[in-house]
Design a protein around this ligand. Sequence first.
Ligand code: GDP
Length: 378
Amino acid sequence: MSAEVRLCPGCGAPLQSTDPHARGYLPPEKWDDPRALCMRCFRMLHYGDPTAVRLSSEDFAEAMASLAKQKVVLLLVVDLLDVEAGLGISLPRGPHHPVLLVGNKEDLLPRSVRRERVVRWLERRAREFGLEPAEVLLLSAKRRRNLEALVAAMERFAGKFRTFAAVGVANAGKSTLLNALREVLAPSAPEVDAPPIPLTVSPFPGTTLSVVRLDLPGDLVLYDTPGALPASTIAPRLLPEELKILVPQEEIRPRVYQLRDPGQTIFLGGLVRVDFVSGPPQPLVVYASSRIRVHRTKLARADELYARHVGELLFPPARDRAERFALREQIPLHLSASPGKRDIAVGSVGWVVQHGQPGEFVVHVPEGVRVYVREAMV
Ligand code: GDP
């Protein structure tokens, strides 16, 4: 084998032909094909099958350390269903690393929601997390919506910066966004070039394993980076069949629950439980994937219902993973009366809108998962 390191164009892993179970495996007979993908990307692309090789937190830290050494605009891609995890990641700071904040998966928000309002909300939320983004915008990488706003924002950096790196939590949509951007910025000329090899996009967090460099016309460089895997959010710990239910595929339809009396509980699958302990009647509105069952029951029956139905009615988690995802954190919320609506947000799952009445709640989530009470997003 030659000493030169070749990287998989799909995920950035160094290619190797010695260990089929390690990252970057390329069968020896495929080495002659300069466009060949590692076996994992190949399988993911053709069979939707992520093999056992997974990203680790060190991959993210290494990627950030390498970005810290250069002048690069950080395209901070934040999943609108997991905003706090996205804003909380540790990034290189300072004038050599301006942040262009991209709220992705805008297609999942109800159409009636004014996008401009969400942009301003995201701007305020970013500041609460100590970020000063140069610009903030919303788009849908998957549906190719509002990409032109991103391109225009990138052009405003021209002259000072030619290098951009998509950074964010695993599964925020970085690879999807860079593939979309490449289509816009370097539409391939079919008669000359073969179509570019797309970065591997998958519904399973942890697909991009190392920094992947894309060179575009005009000396423009785009980097895809491995995602962060914060413990505060749920998706990175789930299995594909659980993610299929958790991650919304289409516009979220809000579900309204009128809790007239205290002593009631709402389950979002088996991952979040919201107890209404005391206070005046509460209309609660759930924003989460329509595939997640929302189950309402009496507080007195909640433990029994969970024990009996976790992994079935209350899914995810799968039944045999219920112990791992047991709702061990019980977070009391003392909400005083407020003029505005607020969200009780749980990363990756979604949020529950509370209309500003005073109330005592207890939110149950798996260990390590953070619950945020915030000004309502929509
Ligand atoms: P990465 O880990 O940040 O590179 O994320 P990927 O690009 O692999 O995307 C993760 C998942 O999010 C995939 O299932 C994508 O199809 C999905 N996704 C990415 N962008 C969007 C979007 O704009 N809208 C929706 N609904 N899903 C998206």
